[in-house]
Design a protein. Sequence first.
Length: 322
Amino acid sequence: MLVVAQGGRIQYEALLLAASLRASDPDFKGRLIMAEPQPGPKWNNDPRIKGTATREALEALDVEILPLHSEHFGSEYPYGNKIEALRLLPKGEPFVFLDSDTLITGPISKVPFDFDRPAASMQREGTWPEIELYGPGYEEIWGSLYDRFGLDMAPTIDESQPQEYWQRYMYFNAGWFFGNCGPTFGEKFTEYARSIRSDRPEELVCQELDPWLDQVALPLVIHALGGGRPGQELDGLDGDITCHWRVLPLLYARAPDRVIAFLTELTAPNKLKKVLKEYDPFKRVIYQGKGDKVRAMFDRSNLPRAEKMIRNRIKKANLWMR
């Protein structure tokens, strides 16, 4: 299992993820590897874990912290950490990547991954591409990307969806993905992402790639490696097994009661609490009741469809903290 652990907010998210894995899946026999970006020419600051408390807490949870020397992305595109970190994994061994803002709420070791058929999270909205009134449509934009890398787009099309509707085209959230070899996956991910960023097809001239670059390249990589959309056997991901919460106020607004109860119990012990409280939004949302106030604002059985609407309501109440 691979996670990025970077200084600041992400190091506390990563600690929460590690604690949730050990609590929810004590039989997990794999390695939990966290890639820690290192200072260098690609960074305009020091991206390493700050202080000693988080590092010591991670090591107490049997986390392997490996140094990541950024070669291609760094400060200009920190989401590229997940792309470059894949080269740290052992060659020829299956892997699962998880964003740091993920809670593991069930036995992930019981998920029947088919590592020879990579897939990624379908917990996404139609965030990319943004279709211009007189510009190219989804078919042309996605088609230009598949053509760029010599890939056949036809097998990726969901024929149950109408023409020029975003869900017809394979698009993932990069919050989790998996494959049978981290370095192989990472090499192709790096190749595609760099090509798209530095020499975008003409059809993408008006498209924003920050922060979407990883999610633009990901379906191409997965298709090239023989994968596709996840099957029902993976429903526990973004379900009973994992919860990609993104921002703590969103977690309190949307998550089922069982997830909030799990989070409350998980973060109660003083050993973990004293470290998590170093990060002010965690202190205020989890420990000072701001999360409960957010939760009281929403009916989980009737949530606004778009995440933006939830965000705006929380911000209006001055409860948005990240």
